[in-house]
Design a protein around this ligand. Structure first.
Ligand code: NAG
Length: 398
């Protein structure tokens, strides 16, 4: 063999060898990576982590001139026809994860009062949920400061969170995350974590002041399938396996949905053993339609990117039923659902004690909207294209 031939054979060997070594190295690296990934990642939650970047779900667009006192909640009307017994889940509108509006101060106050009165029935956490709770708090802080920069600031040097609406500040190194949420965000937050043994999701921490007929004492540490009330409500139970659904939920795809009910007044927290509860659920012949409210629980669900816990948060919004007169198609659509939806929703939603006032009022509103030309005569009820809103909702809601 000539020298030149030797060289070219050597070159050929090398060039063949390089991809082989590369492939081997890659394979080793990948299998190592795989091993690392399978073990729980031991990273402490920290405000240095950009949780939105980590989750692949964008931060909200800022509202630098947000005027809290004039802000109205968006008029969520999650009514659908045909009434499918499935979860009406939609991708989360990232800007609207936490939506502040003019009742902010009142609600924070009310929730703090409920905590003083009921303690662990509204705020509770279990060992093992610490990291998830911190991560949840950091994510909320990052959202609030990005969305409402004139109202909330975070100082990295002091770890101080400033709430300019309430004139308060918190040292986020020492405050309990659930306490922080109670004092700054008028929404309920429930943390569920997967049990590595059984693969089931369990409720492990919550601040929950908007519960009607249940409380955290009865639910904490319980598996998801035993938890009704908001997580999951009766539609959830129809899913063959909520656990499987939770398991597959990707970090970058949070979801939103609404649940509705009709109430006398605006009860936020009410327990079955409360005398007010029986009063609340009793049929009253003198009931005035002005006292009946549509209650919407607007819910979002997301997987926390670091702890992989599933976070469920929601707010309760009340609208006087009389206001529905001004919302095209809504009275007729609600009537259809109430009158022709499955019988079980009547029982489940518990509105039969309101029926004698609610149905006639909605019928008047629906006819009136036809005569005002807001709804065409003979409109066939169906889920609106604008759902969960209605045509012209921006102007009606101000
Ligand atoms: C919480 O719910 C349980 C039932 O799960 C009930 O026994 C208890 O009285 C409730 N607690 C409060 C404070 O209402």
């Amino acid at each position: 063999m000539q020298d030149a031939q030797l060289v070219s054979v050597a070159q050929a060997l090398i060039s063949a060898w390089v991809p082989v070594t590369l492939a081997l190295t890659l394979a080793v690296a990948l299998s190592l990576y795989h091993c690392v990934e399978r073990k729980p990642v031991d990273i402490d939650p920290s405000m240095d982590i950009d949780y939105f970047m980590l989750s692949g779900a964008p931060l909200p667009r800022p509202l630098p001139d947000f005027d809290l006192d004039r802000a109205k909640p968006r008029p969520y009307r999650p009514f659908r026809w045909r009434y499918h017994q499935t979860m009406a889940l939609a991708p989360l509108e990232h800007d609207w994860w936490i939506e502040l509006e003019s009742t902010y101060k009142f609600r924070v106050n009310q929730r703090q009062y409920l905590y003083t009165k009921h303690g662990s029935a509204v705020l509770q956490s279990m060992p093992g949920s610490e990291a998830a709770c911190k991560e949840m708090m950091y994510m909320v802080i990052q959202f609030l400061c990005a969305r409402y920069p004139n109202h909330f600031q975070f100082d990295k040097n002091t770890c101080g969170f400033t709430n300019r609406i309430l004139g308060t500040s918190d040292d986020i190194d020492t405050v309990h995350p659930l306490q922080f949420l109670l004092n700054n965000v008028p929404e309920d937050f429930l943390v569920t974590q997967k049990d590595p043994g059984t693969g089931e999701y369990f409720l492990r921490a919550a601040v929950c002041c908007s519960a009607i007929g249940f409380n955290m004492t009865g639910k904490m540490g319980r598996p998801l399938r035993e938890i009704h009330g908001p997580v999951p409500d009766y539609e959830w139970k129809l899913k063959t396996s909520v656990d499987k659904f939770f398991d597959r939920m990707p970090v970058e795809k949070p979801i939103q949905r609404g649940s509705w009910s009709f109430e006398v007044g605006q009860p936020l927290y009410l327990q079955a053993n409360d005398p007010e509860y029986m009063e609340h659920k009793r049929e009253n012949p003198n009931l005035r339609i002005e006292d009946v409210y549509l209650r919407i629980d607007w819910q979002t669900l997301r997987r926390l990117p670091q702890s992989k816990a599933i976070l469920f948060n929601f707010k309760a919004l009340f609208t006087p039923v009389t206001q529905l007169q001004e919302e095209p198609y809504i009275p007729q659509l609600i009537l259809k659902v109430l009158k022709e939806g499955p019988a079980s929703i009547k029982k489940y939603k518990g509105w039969s004690h309101l029926e004698h006032r609610l149905l006639p009022a909605l019928e008047v509103y629906a006819r009136d909207q036809v005569s005002r030309g807001l709804v065409p005569e003979g409109w066939q009820e169906r889920t609106l294209d604008e759902q969960p809103f209605f045509p012209g909702w921006q102007s009606v809601s101000g």
